[in-house]
Design a protein around this ligand. Structure first.
Ligand SMILES: [Zn+2]
Length: 197
């Protein structure tokens, strides 16, 4: 299970403070709710493209001894299962959908425009849900459609703050979970097997 690493600095600062397992060690298990601090359990690596970074970052993992499941601490500047940073995706969506730039101009230099189309498709499918959820965080603004309203609300709340609110509070992915992980980012098949009949 992924939870958010409450860290809002640069990628470099994130990498530097990652060596201390106590810095953000969860005090209880978010999966079985056992009230014991979790044990550090190594890292996994993932790729990340940001405005000033293109490479691999480590993500810290903890193990719960009660349920034997791991929890990983995803930094707030990335969205689960997406390679580009939240900032990069936000810049693109604003440029394309609010300012009406072409796909080619709006797309980050490091990303092919097809990736931009993929973000737009996922974002558009999500906008009605986002508007409803973000109403608890910021005032809805008058807008011609859900896409414009969602973008305005994200801009006013701040994308990272909105992502934190959606993900940590509601297990809602800003661009929608990939198929198979909806509605809350966990594999449905696993939880239904684990549930008593
Ligand atoms: Zn547990």
């Amino acid at each position: 299970m992924q939870i958010l690493h409450p860290f809002a600095g640069s990628v470099q600062q994130y990498n530097e403070q990652l060596s201390n397992p106590n810095a953000h060690r969860p005090g209880h298990c978010p999966q079985c709710q056992t009230k014991h601090p979790l044990s550090a359990h190594g890292f996994y690596t993932r790729t990340l493209i940001d405005t000033a970074f293109d490479g691999v970052i480590r993500v810290r993992r903890y193990l719960c001894h009660a349920c034997r499941r791991t929890v990983s601490l995803l930094p707030e500047f990335v969205l689960p299962y997406l390679r580009s940073s939240l900032a990069l995706i936000a810049l693109f969506l604003i440029a394309r959908l609010l300012r009406g730039q072409t796909l080619a101009t709006a797309a980050p230099p490091s990303a092919p425009y097809q990736r931009g189309q993929f973000w737009i498709r996922r974002f558009r499918a999500q906008t009605q849900t986002l508007c409803a959820a973000l109403a608890a965080l910021t005032h809805p603004t008058p807008a011609p459609d859900f896409t414009h309203r969602a973008l305005a609300m994200l801009e006013s709340a701040g994308w990272i703050a909105a992502h934190r609110f959606l993900f940590a509070g509601l297990r809602c992915h800003l661009l929608g979970w990939p198929r198979g992980l909806a509605p809350d980012g966990r594999r449905a098949a696993l939880s239904s097997v684990a549930a008593p009949a």
